[in-house]
Structures are given as C-alpha cells and as structure tokens.
Design a protein around this ligand. Structure first.
Ligand code: ADE
Ligand code: ZN
Length: 339
C-alpha cells in the first residue's frame, strides 16, 4: 500500500484535538468584524496571514484571543462551526471532538449560552447534512484562576447533555495541572470526561500531574513526555492516548523541523498517538495537511497512518458500537487500497 496524496485525502479520519476558535479563517474574521462593527488591527486577509508567524505558544495565544473578539452573537458561533465542518467533511473526517473556550467569550461579555448554542446547532446540522458526528469539550483557560474555572463549570452544569468533557488549555508554563486539581475532581464527580494540554511547552512533570491529579482520559500534545523514560513507560503501559498536532508543533516551535517531530518515535515505542489539527486556520492546515506534512517528513507508511487513525477511533468518547462502525469504515478503505 503506497502513501499518496489521494490515500491521505480519502482515508476516513477522526479528529480529537481541535479548538473551534482556532478554525476561524481570516476571511470569516473580516466578514464577522464587519457584521458586528468590530475594528480589526489588520487591513487585509494577507496582512492577517502575515501576522501568523509565531515563536512560541504565547505569541500565538495573543493573536488567537484577539481573533475571537469578532465572535459576538449565536449566529457567529454557528457560522464558525459550520465552516469547520464543511472543511473537514471534504477531507473525509468521520468524527470530531471539538474544544471551545467559554472564558474567552464570557470574559468579553458574550454569554456562555450564545457560544454553546451556536456551536451545538452547527454540530447537529453537520451530523444531519454532512454525516460528520461530533462531541463537545469545554476547556478552562489555565492562565485564569481556579475560582474562574469553578464559575465556568457551574455555568456548564445545566448543559451536561451537550458537553461530554472538560479540558485545560492556554499558557502552559507556570500554570501546572495542580492549580486545577479541585475543579477537575468536581468535574469528574459530575460525570465529565477529562483531558488536559500537557507537555506541549511545559515539562514532563505537568504530564505526570495531569495523570495523577486530574486523572485525564487523554493527554493533549504530550510531546515532552518522551524526555522522561519512566513516564514514557507509564504512558505505553497504560495505553493512554496522546492527541498530537504536527503542524501546530512546527508553527509554535515545539519542533524546529518536521523531520524532528516525535510522532513516528511515539508509534515505535507503542504510544497510542493520534494526529490532529489544533488550530488549523493559524497553523496552516486541517487533518489532511497534518497527515501529509508528518508522512512526508517522517516517511510514514500506510500502516502508520492507519494505526494513527485506529488510535483516534479507540481514544474517542464514542460508545463501543459507534467505534466499531468507524473501524469498519476504515478497514474497508484499507482493504480497497490493498486490492
Ligand atoms: N489554545 C488553543 N490552542 C492551544 C494550544 N495549542 N495550546 C494551548 N492552548 C491552546
Ligand atoms: Zn490545543
């Protein structure tokens, strides 16, 4: 089985690490700015794209929070989410688990319910009209306080039917998982699934904290886990998945060159790694572009790509029956390729 562009495009995919606000394309940013009378510090789409030159996570986050300022009304969140689904449906993504950052909106006076309703309305339409299923995960901004996270969790409780899990994102260094141990304990009691960004820029100890204190179901990124041999053995042994984001890691200088990316090493070690796009508008690509960049730089085989996708299906928050159906679709694709 040869890895061609066509193979990567046609392979049925699953995405587990996607910030919906990070799918805001500059064209939509301008359209929403005009619709809402928001002034942007950029004159053109080209100027926005030129600003997407980051040296680290914080450089990106500053622009990401500025960009989401155009999202004001329920319809804005709908349009944002709909545009993402149209992109991924064209890339044969079968299922996606979407993050949103409620505090990025409530801090600006936009109601939690406006964001939630626009996103979930687009999720329902995408399932009916495009055949893409999805789940929603709410992230706490780790640069804000524990108290602010508790308040956000309280706002989510009436909507437990629409939010499957809680996560932790934003500026990692200096904001260890331990800062949120009590909020995540409460979230677990309420029945939410748990994920956390860890080991993207932060040290391996933050991954250990995410496992021990937050009791995560998946680690988002987790690259720096490999610096600690005992932690690596623990990750392999437990079978916990890492949601890896190749183009994000390149754009945020987590790796200097895609050829240095640890994805293949993770698979060789037996880690349940998955491929994801993180913030596709800001990092230069959606699922297909992420698989292509990693496959080209690391000489990944078709078997590697299928394993990454199987890992994604297994690590999703779908039921076993739903996972089996997705695996069947992947297997029938693989069989057709091999024939
Ligand atoms: N928020 C959006 N994308 C993020 C990332 N890659 N890391 C941390 N916080 C984020
Ligand atoms: Zn992320």
């Amino acid at each position: 089985m040869r890895v061609t562009e066509e193979f990567i495009r046609n392979m049925p995919k699953v995405e587990l690490h996607l910030h919906i606000e990070g799918s805001l394309e500059p064209e939509l940013m301008f359209a929403l700015a005009q619709r809402n009378g928001v002034e942007l510090p950029f004159k053109s789409v080209e100027e926005v794209r030129r600003a997407y030159d980051f040296s680290n996570l914080q450089d990106f986050l500053d622009i990401y929070y500025q960009g989401m300022n155009v999202l004001r009304e329920e319809q804005d969140f709908y349009d944002l989410t709909r545009a993402y689904f149209e992109k991924i449906a064209a890339q044969n993504v079968m299922h996606t688990e979407i993050f949103f950052d409620p505090q990025g909106h409530t801090e600006r006076g936009v109601a939690f319910d406006a964001a939630l309703s626009g996103i979930t309305r687009a999720m329902a339409d995408a399932e009916n009209e495009l055949g893409v299923t999805s789940k929603l995960i709410m992230c706490f901004l780790r640069h804000l306080s524990e108290e602010a996270a508790f308040k956000t969790l309280d706002e989510a409780l009436p909507h437990k039917d629409k939010i499957i899990g809680v996560g932790l994102d934003s500026s990692e260094k200096g904001h260890p998982p331990s800062k949120f141990e009590r909020v995540f304990a409460r979230a677990r009691e309420e029945g939410f699934k748990i994920v956390a960004h860890a080991g993207e820029e932060g040290p391996p100890e933050y991954v250990t904290e995410a496992l021990d204190l937050l009791k995560v179901d998946r680690i988002d990124h987790g690259n720096r886990s490999l610096e600690d041999a005992a932690l690596t053995r623990r990750i392999v042994g437990s079978g916990i998945a890492l949601t890896v984001c190749p183009l994000s890691n390149l754009k945020l200088c987590v790796v200097k060159d895609m050829r240095d990316h640890p994805l293949k090493k993770m698979l060789d070690l037996g880690i349940k790694a998955t491929v994801n796009s993180d913030d596709p508008s800001y990092f230069g690509g959606y699922m297909t572009e992420n698989f292509t960049a990693a496959a080209n730089a690391l000489d990944l085989t078709a078997e590697h790509l299928l394993t990454l996708t199987r890992n994604g299906i297994a690590a999703s928050f779908l039921t076993d029956t739903e996972k089996s159906a997705l695996l069947d679709r992947l297997d029938s694709f693989a069989q057709k390729q091999a024939a």
